[in-house]
Write a protein that binds this ligand. Structure first.
Ligand code: NAP
Length: 258
């Protein structure tokens, strides 16, 4: 599709230190690139793909910092925030983006090991990073406040039958965490919101065994197309910015009407 106009810098004037989990590819990478272009100091994590992480650092004119950090591990999450703080100062934004899915199968064919892994990364990993952010950002703990943007999915309200009900359920958990945590820290200088991307052109669909899934599904999207990672990044950075200063504990569908 025509990429013209995606992520053009507008009148947003955000500055701060943004931590993006899973910034090496897909939506996270697009978020890092746009954040850099709009004036943020960017620190992002990757799990295993160091080459992809290096590409994102280069895309950010060498100014971004990539940290190998598995979101499932509390020490890694702390290390990610420490790296940001040492380089640029306390994080002002967390984008809780890292996520996985497994092969498309029926529910009655799924293994418990698979469920444990997808819940461990998508739910526990996001919880760990959000907790780390609250401990550092909350005025209750002496912090200066901040913003958390969780990356959920349209799967949370579609359910993903025949594909990955487990993945969909993890995203419903993210929606609920967004709601509850947003309310819990509303007077502590922290806004918590989520985006729910629809079908977006990234590598994640190959993990599900169908690299071309976006084009198969696109006909069912009211806008009749898949989305670009940059279109999700735009929404994430709007929620991170003061332009959304009265918005918390809510979710924004970025799904072409799906
Ligand atoms: P992607 O292209 O597969 O990228 C996933 C990213 O997450 C990579 O940077 C990967 O790091 C990182 N990651 C995976 N496991 C991790 C772990 N344990 N610890 C730290 N980082 C980890 O996926 P994407 O499509 O951009 O998805 C990003 C988010 O959007 C996910 O939460 C996903 O559920 C959500 N989403 C995507 C779509 C879509 O259609 N693409 C739709 C709705 C929601 P490595 O590069 O090191 O592997």
């Amino acid at each position: 599709m025509d990429q013209r106009g995606l992520n053009e810098v507008t009148d947003l004037q955000p500055t701060g230190v943004i931590v993006v989990t899973g910034g090496s590819r897909g939506i996270g990478a697009a978020t890092c690139r746009l954040a850099h272009a709009t004036g943020y100091q960017v620190v992002f994590s990757y799990n295993s793909n160091a080459d992809a992480a290096a590409t994102v650092v280069a895309d950010c004119d060498g100014a971004a910092i990539a940290v190998q950090a598995d979101v499932r591990h509390e020490a890694d999450a702390a290390n990610l925030f420490d790296a940001a703080e040492e380089a640029f100062g306390p994080a002002t934004v967390l984008v809780n983006n890292a996520g996985i899915l497994h092969e498309q199968v029926r529910f009655d064919e799924m293994s418990v090991d698979r469920w444990r892994e997808v819940f461990d990364v998508n739910v526990i990993g996001s919880f760990i990073c959000a907790r780390e952010a609250v401990r550092r950002m909350s005025t209750r703990h002496g912090g200066a406040g901040g913003v958390i943007v969780n990356v959920s999915s349209a799967a949370s309200y579609l359910g993903s039958p025949g594909e990955y009900i487990d993945y969909a359920a993890t995203k419903a958990a993210i929606d609920t965490m967004t709601l509850g945590l947003g309310k819990e820290v509303a007077t502590e200088g922290i806004r918590v919101n989520a985006v729910r991307p629809g079908v977006i052109y990234t590598d994640i669909h190959a993990s599900g065994g169908e690299p071309g899934r976006v084009d198969r599904v696109a006909g069912g999207v009211p806008m009749k197309r898949g989305g670009q990672a940059e279109e999700v990044a735009d929404a994430i950075l709007w929620l991170a910015s003061d332009a959304s200063s009265y918005i918390t504990a809510t979710t924004l569908n970025v799904s072409g009407g799906r």
